[in-house]
Design a protein around this ligand. Structure first.
Ligand SMILES: *Cc1c(COP(=O)(O)O)cnc(C)c1O
Length: 381
């Protein structure tokens, strides 16, 4: 069976470096807050192009910490794309605020600026919630439309938190993902563009005050030290072993992985663009391809193709089978299904194919061959 995202080959390529980086942590026995954590944060901040990088437990807590620092809570509205991983909306509800879901752009899968402005105006008119922030997501590796989003945010006085969990490495007009908005977050979950060997996450910002507050919140609301507690916080840290692994992986990511995965994207597009709807990367944008997602003609065709791929030993995933507004956890908010035509359609027709920097052209061909064969024989088209 082909790997959906091949973490084993990556490990074997860098086994020597990774093993010795982990060994060094074991010998030093400084498992929390070892020097590798600070070194990694510095490298990440420099790569992204922001003043502060603060590592933490995972991508979900990274967002929670920012919302906590901003004091977002009950009675506040936070605008979130309807088509994303659950976490983006979950953190809003977790803080007691209300996620207002917004339909997405059919080409980019990202939050649609027009629908965003409509949702903000409607929330303002209703006077039930106070609009506070927008959390655009860089879905599948492609940065959201920050030019338009930041304009809208300014117009309505809203904060912007970039959910760059899938976006690390992407860019827009040369500006790197995780540098947009007032703060940005990412995840180092193993299968993300830059992954560690467990859970991990980080927050990025140019805002000194925000950075200082988050440094406190992530360590039990510490004051001058860990046992001087000045506010209620959480415990959310990236451990030293993960930081050591990430230092090796960041170098590989910058050296070749990002360009290699883009090579795979082009090989796929060349073979598939005349048969299915392939990913659209707008002018000036660069994707880190957390996923390579195609669109089929119908749910029936999508499900049929996925079953056939499986028969041939090719894994594929449906990201996401259910838009946020349909998740039972958000039932209480009573969203109007008619407001999300694009997210509803996408959830029926998307299919993510295997992609990773270590995928060879022979594997790409193996996947596209099955797709061509299956779709040519499917008289639904
Ligand atoms: C993975 C992911 C998260 C959460 O990251 P974790 O590290 O798993 O908590 C948040 N948002 C998006 C879009 C993600 O893909």
């Amino acid at each position: 069976m082909m790997e959906f995202r091949d973490l084993k080959t990556q490990y074997h390529t860098y086994k020597k470096e990774i093993d010795s980086a982990i060994q060094e942590v074991l010998e030093g026995a400084h498992f929390i807050g070892g020097k590798q954590v600070g070194e990694l944060e510095e490298q990440l901040a420099r790569y992204v192009g922001v003043k502060h990088c603060i590592s933490c437990g995972n991508g979900t807590e990274a967002m929670t910490l920012v919302l906590m620092a901003w004091g977002i809570g009950e009675g506040d509205a936070v605008f979130v794309p309807d088509f994303t991983f659950f976490s983006t909306g979950e953190v809003v509800s977790f803080r007691g605020a209300t996620p207002v879901f917004v339909d997405v752009d059919r080409d980019t899968f990202n939050i649609d600026p027009n629908s965003l402005e409509k949702a903000i105006m409607k929330t303002v008119e209703e006077e039930r919630l106070t609009p506070k922030a927008i959390i655009p997501v860089d879905l599948f590796g492609l940065p959201a439309d920050y030019e338009k989003i930041e304009k809208i945010a300014k117009k309505y006085g809203l904060l912007v938190l970039e959910d760059g969990a899938q976006g690390f490495g992407g860019s827009m007009n040369g500006k790197r993902a995780c540098s947009f908005g007032d703060a940005a977050t990412t995840s180092f979950f193993p299968a993300k563009p830059l992954g560690c060997y467990g859970d991990g996450g980080a927050i990025f910002t140019d805002d000194d005050e925000l950075a200082e507050l988050i440094q406190s919140l992530k360590v039990h609301g510490k004051g001058t030290h860990k046992y001087d507690n000045v506010r209620i916080g959480v415990n959310s840290r990236l451990d030293t072993i993960q930081a050591a692994v990430l230092k090796v992986k960041l170098k590989a990511f910058i050296d070749h992985e990002l360009s290699d995965i883009n090579k795979v994207y082009r090989q796929y597009n060349e073979r598939l663009s005349s048969i299915v709807e392939t990913p659209v990367i707008p002018e000036g944008y660069y994707s880190s391809f957390a996923q390579y997602t195609i669109k089929l003609k119908s749910k029936r065709q999508r499900d049929y193709l996925q079953a056939k791929l499986k028969e041939y030993g090719i894994p594929s995933m449906i990201y996401y089978a259910k838009p946020m507004h349909k998740q039972r956890a958000f039932e209480e908010y009573d969203y109007d299904d008619k407001e999300f035509p694009v997210a509803n359609e996408l959830s029926d027709i998307v299919l993510s194919l295997p992609i990773h920097p270590y995928m060879g052209e022979d594997e790409v061909m193996a996947v596209t061959k099955v797709i061509k064969m299956v779709l040519n024989g499917d008289n639904v088209i």
